[in-house]
Write a protein that binds this ligand. Sequence first.
Ligand code: PXP
Length: 248
Amino acid sequence: MILLGLNIDHGATVRQARYREAPSTVGGAVEPDPVALALLGERAGADGITVHLREDRRHIQERDVWRLREGISTRLNLEMACNPEMTAFALKLKPDTVCLVPENRDEISTEGGLDVVGNRKRVSRCIDAMKGAGIQTSLFIDPDEDQIELGAKLGAPIVELHTGAYANAYYGGGRAKEFQRLRLGCVRAHELGYVVNAGHGINYVNVAELRTLPHVHEMNIGHSIVSRALFTGIEEAVRELKVRMNGN
Ligand code: PXP
């Protein structure tokens, strides 16, 4: 069974669109509360909650992350840039996992994942710091053999393969080629002993093919679920995605 990591960043995007300047992230007229979305999502079957605390704080705020740490009953996956400030934050917060993602142009590899090869020292330092605190590190990388192999060598226990190029190619040319890249990436990552996750651009349609990738443990999905939730509510949106991920 493939697990669902529910990414609630875009619940916070809607709040920030109106309440960026508000003194609090919750209470009074401030809405919607992304933490409430997470709790309802868990109730509907989400297996973990994911947030990206970006340097520009465009959606999730620090206070959201602390409230999630105290409030959720599944796992907290903190997506973050690989820098000293975020490393210090994660060591205080103690999420279950951190997922290292690129935020600067320099850290991005060809397709958009973290360039582990080009940032070897920084990535290695971060993985070691997390290991010391009992936090597992996931690397958000393209299905590229060099990146996958180096990440394993540096001791990352989890890889999240970037499905964005596949999602972008879905209705155009290149879908079969991108799927094959992902398939080979999953196989190689599994051979190297990683827990294999997938994420970015996964939706209610393309999940039908993505679920056939080998060895995938968890999918991290945000935009599509939050979009559907506008019509159905978050619980129904989570339930339906889980059926499409694992049902017949
Ligand atoms: N995984 C990672 C590492 C991400 O940064 C994101 C958000 O961009 C997602 C998954 C979720 O992507 P989406 O919102 O397209 O489902």
